[in-house]
Design a binder for this molecule. Structure first.
Ligand code: NAD
Length: 520
């Protein structure tokens, strides 16, 4: 007998509404534990708080919730927001499919205090409410096997197929439902997710052809569940080109791939960008599953739908937005990643942590080693930003922190000289200098060095780097290239103007030796 699916989340996250929708969709019973507690105590929650105090309410709540969880069954159970404060409840939830519903504090407050909403004793003081929201977030994150973003109530019905896949997945697997203007998709993170059967998900019923590079194929191709074909490309940024894309397209034609089939991009960011681009253009677009195998790809590049190839003149200059239909971030694949590649990926973790601030930054700043939780936190940070601005017209640009100078270094030094992550690390140092944050720049430099990442280069051609910055894709019209700057961890701002002199100084600082012809 299947166990229950349990919804958790803060007040106003929609646990009752979404629980009812999912139960109706599945044709199973829905249980709302708040309603059961009120029934048992014979009074509304607000009255119980008033009459007997919060502790009395929590005792009754714990009892009701434990009974419901123990009863099992194929049901949907919506827990009260504070039910997870009980250790006994948290223990009982172990091994169950627990789905957390995200809600931001403004929306939660609006919903909890709306006209006609039940009186909620914990939603009377706005500041106390916000503190509670922040405290509980960590608890929900810790318990959740799946997270659904704040969306319309039918999101849970659209995500149901993906939740069913999660129910059958290895116990450590976690899922986030990604939502962007052009599509929604599940992201699975955990050891062994390459073996999940996702053929029942929308658009993935046809044949799946793996695109991978020869280094990845050797270790991980065998983990992909029943691929229908394979296209292998040589590894390395220097092969992220139109020429390689054409080879992939022609191989797809030779394998008889049609619009009902899909590609599986198995590899790092190079394979992900190239295969995503090939899928986005082949017969004007076929679905792609991103199966990232590097740290860079698992924390960043697999999400958000940016795909493309390099031109000799500039990186990522030709591409399309093409959202994946699913992402399988199998963390077991990182075991074979060469040490230098692992380190390069750490630069993207650092970047994401600076953008996110909060708990992720605390963990990274404390030098904690990368684990599945951090990978998931990075993925969620990126997905939240993409959800707000899929096409890079504003907020999404914060993800380019360190990339403006980073890409310029990659272009001027020749692709493949610096790893992408190494270049981003150096670019972040320049961005922090331009942000005027000396202390944070030193802290980030220390973290980079501790991960064997470069904090300077033997030589930098400042003119060439500044010229490459001027060609950056973020530039619009004839104005200067806008920069992403940092005010503090968790406060990163896009679209900032930067004086050429300051840029030259920040780039020159990266070098032990600086070459500059026109300007001294
Ligand atoms: P990569 O794809 O070149 O992989 C690095 C190397 O590791 C390659 O040689 C690859 O063969 C090897 N490798 C990959 N997985 C392995 C594994 N599990 N075991 C052993 N070897 C393995 O580099 P990357 O750092 O993953 O990605 C960099 C690329 O990602 C750049 O082209 C960058 O522009 C792009 N990127 C794109 C986005 C986006 O949003 N689309 C974001 C960030 C970066």
């Amino acid at each position: 007998m299947a166990g229950p699916l349990v919804l958790i989340g803060f007040m106003g996250s929609g646990k009752t509404t979404l629980g009812r929708r999912l139960a109706a969709h599945r044709g199973v019973e829905h249980v709302d534990t708040d309603a059961l507690v009120e029934q048992r105590l014979g009074a509304p929650i607000a009255e119980v708080f008033e009459r007997d105090g919060e502790a009395a309410f929590r005792r009754a709540e714990e009892q009701v919730v434990l009974e419901q969880l123990a009863a099992g069954g194929d049901r949907v159970i919506s827990l009260g927001g504070g039910a997870v404060l009980s250790e006994a409840v948290r223990t009982a939830l172990e091994g169950m499919v627990v789905v957390a519903l995200d809600v931001d504090v403004e929306t939660a407050w609006e919903r909890a205090t709306a006209d006609g909403a039940a009186d909620r004793p914990l939603a009377r003081d706005r500041d106390a409410f916000a503190r509670l929201h922040a405290e509980r977030a960590a608890l929900y994150d810790e318990l959740a096997r799946a997270v659904l973003p704040q969306a319309d109530p039918d999101v849970i019905v659209r995500a149901d197929g993906a939740l069913r896949v999660l129910e059958a997945a290895p116990p450590g697997t976690r899922m986030v439902w990604a939502s962007a203007a052009s599509g929604e998709y599940p992201v699975y993170v955990g050891a062994g997710v390459l073996g999940l059967d996702i053929s029942g998900l929308p658009k993935l019923g046809g044949r799946g052809v793996v695109v991978t590079d020869s280094a990845v194929s050797e270790h991980h191709l065998g983990k992909v569940r029943s691929p229908s074909g394979v296209v292998e490309i040589p590894p390395g940024e220097e092969h992220k080109t139109l020429e390689t894309a054409e080879r992939v397209w022609r191989s797809l034609v030779a394998q008889g791939v049609t619009r009902s089939d899909h590609l599986i991009a198995l590899g790092g960011g190079v394979v992900g960008d190239l295969a995503g681009f090939c899928a986005g253009c082949f017969q004007r677009g076929i679905p792609v599953v991103q199966a990232p195998t590097t740290v860079v790809a698992q924390v960043d590049s697999a999400y958000g739908g940016k795909t493309g190839v390099d031109l000799p003149e500039a990186k990522n200059y030709v591409g399309v937005y093409h959202q994946p239909s699913a992402v399988l971030a199998d963390t077991s694949t990182l075991a074979t990643l060469p040490r230098k590649e692992f380190a390069a990926g750490y630069a993207e973790v650092l970047k994401t942590a600076l953008i996110a601030g909060g708990r992720l930054w605390e963990r990274v700043a404390a030098g904690e080693p990368l684990d599945d939780d951090m990978i998931l936190a990075c993925a969620r940070t990126k997905l939240a930003i993409v959800a707000a601005d899929e096409r890079d017209s504003g907020r999404r640009q914060v993800l380019n922190l360190g990339h403006t100078v980073g890409h310029a270094l990659e272009t001027t030094l020749g692709y493949g000289t610096l790893r992408h992550g190494e270049a981003v690390g150096l670019g972040m140092l320049a961005a922090l200098r331009l942000s005027g944050l000396e202390g944070l720049r030193d802290q980030v430099a220390e973290l980079l060095a501790a991960h064997e990442l470069p904090t300077s280069l033997p030589e930098v051609d400042v003119d060439a780097v500044v010229a490459a910055v001027a060609r950056d894709k973020k530039r619009v019209g004839s104005g200067p290239t806008p920069f992403v700057l940092v005010r503090a961890p968790g406060e990163v701002v896009e679209g900032q103007p930067v004086e050429e002199g300051a840029l030259r100084a920040a780039v020159a600082e990266l070098a032990a030796t600086t070459r500059s012809e026109g300007h001294r």
